[in-house]
Design a protein around this ligand. Sequence first.
Ligand SMILES: Cc1cc2nc3c(=O)[nH]c(=O)nc-3n(C[C@H](O)[C@H](O)[C@H](O)COP(=O)(O)O)c2cc1C
Length: 338
Amino acid sequence: MAGGGDTAELVAAVSNAGGLGCIGAAYLTPEQIIERGTAVRAKTSRPFGINLFAPLETVHANDDAVARAVSTIASYFQELGLPAPSNPTPAATRFDDQLAACLETGVSLFSFAFGLLPVSGIQDLKRRGLFVAGTATTVDEAKALVENGVDAVVAQGSEAGGHRSTFGTAFESGMVGLISLVPQTVDAISAPVIASGGIMDGRGIAAALVLGASAVQMGTAFLACEESGIAEAYRDAVLSSSEEDTRITRAFSGRPARGIRNRLLADYESREDSILPFPLQNALTGPLRNEATKQNRGQFLSLWAGQGTRMARRTHAAELVAELTDELAKALEFPRAR
Ligand SMILES: Cc1cc2nc3c(=O)[nH]c(=O)nc-3n(C[C@H](O)[C@H](O)[C@H](O)COP(=O)(O)O)c2cc1C
């Protein structure tokens, strides 16, 4: 979970408890990736993972679009006491340098979202003994990832919190619920499927396994954990929201993502023409989101979360993994008991 939730404490606690903690490194520089990986390694000797966004084509926005986006966000900057926003310049970090840094951390799993990687890159990762997973929102994307050489496919259902990984079709066509996506993906590819989206407890894990998944990937459930690094206002929003409260928005990053509806998200629902493409919008709103985190102002944060927030619990990650394990065992007993 790129963006602050995934502290070294959370990643290591999940791995120590028997899960596979994962660093969301997409926004980290190579130096920060090594730092985070080293911090995780210091806290666990068990395997952990790192996730990056696949390299995207360079995007351009014309001067009018940039001026409109900058002027629309300006009043929020003012409200938080920030200097006026300037034209966005996305971080110059290159994917290849991030990947090279990942390899220096002793990581066991490399996963990616938003697209495909060069086949040679995937082969190189596998030669070095890493398990490689790519993210799909449709069956065709899953097939393309398998052709790309991945070891497993993360099937991201429309319930999922955070960015949509859709890359092979229109974003709207990639909004497929997990209960439809998992079995159809399992039927279509030979690689294991990791189900992701709205899974918050042992019942959800059991359901995914029954549908043919080999594992699950959970985000929102771990956001509320004590070890997660999100602002208190964000944690409160996760713990007090319901399945009705999330929306897909481009407001914060320029790429569709699911988050809890707050003032900024709601304001932008009628200002789609003031949003730049990813990663320009992400760079534009970055200072605002950082300041909102410092001031604990949830109305200006990207409150990424899935549709299962009623099931979120504030607890320690080790406790959550233990509870999930018990719940899974109970849920799998159910058909036998009938
Ligand atoms: C705060 C947050 C940040 C996320 N960041 C990433 C990321 O950096 N890379 C990625 O592949 N998926 C990311 N995701 C999506 C998750 O991998 C996963 O698809 C999603 O959390 C599953 O749905 P759930 O949140 O309902 O469990 C993020 C999700 C959340 C909630």
